[in-house]
Write a protein that binds this ligand. Sequence first.
Ligand code: NDP
Length: 247
Amino acid sequence: MQGKVVAITGASRGIGAAAARVFAQAGARVALLARSGDDIGRIAAKIGPQALALRCDVADAASLGAALDQAVRWGGRLDVLVNNAGVIDPIARLAEAEAADWGRAIDINLKGVFHGMRAAIPVMKAQGAGTIITVSSGAAHTPLEGWGAYCSAKAGAAMLTRIAHLEEGAWGLRVMGLSPGTVATDMQVRIKASGVNPVSQLDPAVHIPADWPARALLWMCSPDADGWLGQEISLRDAGIRARVGLV
Ligand code: NDP
């Protein structure tokens, strides 16, 4: 990753913050994007001059586009975009969900991924190379009670990965999804507190540390992962864990 420029959305905590540290340790220059300016500022300052904090809302195309523009001006290029920002709320059955809350989850979890791809692909195409990884979920493929907005958005985002590969793979854009399994982050704390559906009943001890998907994201930027272009990689897969070097 030496000399590479990586933008990570949702880098203020959890998987995104862990990924920022892992990519920076590997030598990349890292742009951390999230709404919580203080948090990304603190994390970027700790990483050092090879990190930049850019406050933005992925649900807003102009906000994310401007942040990615700034990242490109800062780094001179954009080699990797990690579409990681996401929210679990609203946790509500279809018959009870508020339309505005439901729409907001789609704006962040699905449209946010489109906004990132829309801004990054032209930059990467002009460079002749680039990698876009979207953090997916088992919920993209399995219905879960109370998670109608989250499951629908993640299913749509998984399709965006396939579409981006179809449209841009021929010239060399590398596009993939990562389904991390359950990860010990604030999102799982919120899920546990809801008491809704079997995921909330899981013993927190089964969740993997955020460092694991972060290391998987780094591995996905290497040619060793090229066999999965256009597809999703699941960190539940023991073969993948071994390949990434996770034990
Ligand atoms: P966290 O809740 O810990 O972090 C979510 C991140 O997304 C925060 O940095 C938050 O920053 C950011 N974010 C949320 N909304 C926006 C927005 N509108 N604009 C910009 N950034 C935003 O969750 P995780 O780290 O667990 O989740 C990261 C990704 O992994 C998500 O896509 C999630 O769906 C996925 N995932 C997580 C699993 C888990 O078990 N934890 C399992 C499967 C998938 P801020 O609030 O500062 O904007």
